[in-house]
Design a protein around this ligand. Structure first.
Ligand SMILES: Cc1cc2nc3c(=O)[nH]c(=O)nc-3n(C[C@H](O)[C@H](O)[C@H](O)COP(=O)(O)O)c2cc1C
Length: 193
């Protein structure tokens, strides 16, 4: 069965991106895939540097195992000064150091979402984040990206995603994620390519 790992790039207790990740996890489960939700707060990591390659911390190895065990990822990415947060970069840099058989997210399908109180919904961060995931980490990032503007109003602590337009975008993004995970599982690996 298709399996998807879901997490957000914020460990704030009232994180809007965590709420978006929670909504995504619930909807993915409703689509009949196996969903694992994790919090990066449970994978507290030091800043990644080259010394970590030789002896990565347990949290880095545990996070990498979880990534490898799933077909795809949904990541809810906060926007800070138009960019993606250091928390996500650091966690994924660790994955790239632990993984030995290729780039950190090779063979993984990734869908992105973002939630922000602003009018652009974190979309600018997503354009940068996806480029790094594709070029640096070897991920297949699906074109649809589910940004949620005015998220402080439309992602209440209880009640899910209340904006109809953003909700439809999220559904389309998640459906594409599941479809691409199934498609890539169906294609035999072409060794040497
Ligand atoms: C230093 C800083 C820079 C920020 N820059 C942006 C920004 O460029 N665009 C934006 O939409 N929101 C920006 N925000 C607001 C965040 O999107 C908002 O705090 C959001 O709720 C953070 O995500 P979280 O709720 O998941 O923790 C910024 C917040 C901080 C503290």
């Amino acid at each position: 069965m298709t399996s998807i790992l879901v997490f957000s790039g914020s460990t704030r207790p009232a994180s809007l991106n965590q709420r978006l990740a929670d909504v995504a996890a619930q909807r993915l489960a409703g689509m009949g895939v196996t969903v694992t939700a994790l919090s990066l707060a449970d994978h507290a990591l030091p800043f990644a540097d080259d010394d970590g390659r030789a002896d990565p911390p347990f949290a880095a190895r545990a996070l990498t195992s979880q990534v490898l065990e799933h077909d795809g990822l949904f990541i809810a990415c906060p926007e800070y000064n138009s960019g993606y947060p250091a928390l996500l970069k650091n966690a994924l840099d660790w994955v790239s150091m632990v993984r030995k058989d290729g780039p950190g997210l090779a063979g993984k399908v990734v869908a992105l979402g973002a939630a922000s109180p602003g009018a652009r919904g974190g979309y600018r961060a997503l354009t940068q984040f996806r480029t790094m995931l594709e070029l640096g980490f070897g991920a297949l990032v699906i074109p649809d990206m589910a940004s949620v503007p005015f998220a402080n109003k439309v992602l209440p602590a209880e009640g899910g995603l209340t904006d109809e337009g953003a909700s439809k975008f999220l559904d389309a993004t998640l459906k594409r994620l599941v479809l691409e995970c199934r498609r890539s599982a169906a294609v035999p690996r072409l060794e040497g390519l």
